[in-house]
Design a protein around this ligand. Structure first.
Ligand code: SAM
Length: 275
């Protein structure tokens, strides 16, 4: 039995359901319930909201979320092998878990939220983590249906999400995240905390929506950041040639000799709005 509930230890769950981790599904499981409880506490409180967990796997974080008070927890798991393990957890917490055997890249957040505010918590599969985050940021209407994202990423990705201008990690992801959200790294998680250990260290990031971000056309912002950071060592007059280059930059008062890494998020939005 575990310290947080009467369910069997996760190693027994993995053995009973034959959940040998699959690399192509980004399966690096967290078996330390102290750690999963720490993540759940950071995402709480859960009163009066829907909690979405992407990729519950054998259910370590799922159990911590339920023990921390999640009343309506939707779990979206692509691997059908994990579903019976999550059904056992659901039986232990009747009427609180809604299990979906789906690809999280395809889900409709408003439908999952079911009319309540949404908190998303996940030890994300690394192969789709960045794309999921972009999906959740790039929604047409703002503020979004979610109130907070508490997510585990590879540390290097976490650093790109929270990066500021002139920082080593500042790039397209930092601009897109910084445009609509406030993000901070809560704590790092060493490789050994996972089974099997991934190649690199991980970090838990907390992301909340900015109430009133600058208006911008997302596809134009993506075009500008892709062009500017695609040639990050070049001056903007060169890297932004395809979208108007020197003329456009001078028209909006941005020095064409600057480089992408020196531009603030607001300046990227200004350029996107001018093309
Ligand atoms: N939450 C568990 C934990 O902390 O031990 C497992 C985390 S593991 C890093 C990622 C989980 O996401 C795996 O269970 C994997 O099967 C699942 N997964 C991978 N790709 C997915 C996708 N596109 N949609 C939903 N789940 C996915």
């Amino acid at each position: 039995m575990s310290p947080i509930d009467d369910l069997p230890p996760l190693r027994d769950v993995i053995a009973a359901h034959d959940l040998a981790p699959r690399k192509q599904l980004g399966q690096n499981f967290l078996l330390d319930l102290n750690l999963t409880s720490k993540i759940a506490r950071q995402a709480a409180p859960f009163e009066d909201c829907t909690v979405l967990e992407v990729g519950p796997g054998p259910g370590g974080l799922t159990r911590a979320l339920l023990a921390s008070g999640a009343r309506r927890l939707v779990v979206v798991e692509k691997d059908p092998r994990c579903i019976p393990a999550i059904e056992e957890i659901s039986a232990h917490y009747p009427s609180r878990v809604d299990i979906r055997n789906l690809d999280a890249l395809q889900i409709d957040l408003a439908e999952i939220a079911g009319g309540k505010r949404l908190k998303i918590v996940a030890n994300l599969p690394y192969n789709v983590g960045t794309q999921l985050l972009l999906n959740w940021i790039a929604v047409p209407a703002w503020p979004p249906v979610w109130d907070s994202l508490t997510l585990m990423f590879q540390k290097e990705v976490a650093e790109r999400i929270v990066a500021q201008p002139r920082g080593d990690h500042y790039g397209r992801l930092g601009v897109l995240a910084g445009w609509r959200t406030e993000a901070k790294i809560l704590f790092d998680v060493p490789r050994e905390a996972f089974t099997p250990p991934p190649k690199v260290m991980s970090s838990v990031v907390r992301i909340v929506p900015k109430p009133a971000p600058l208006a911008a056309d997302l596809s134009k912002l993506e075009t500008v950041t892709a062009a500017a950071f695609g040639q990050r060592r070049k001056m903007l007059r060169q890297s932004l040639k395809p979208v108007g280059g020197e003329q456009l930059l001078e028209r909006i008062g941005i020095d064409p000799q600057r480089r992408a890494e020196t531009l603030s998020v607001e300046e990227f939005v200004q350029i996107a709005n001018a093309i």
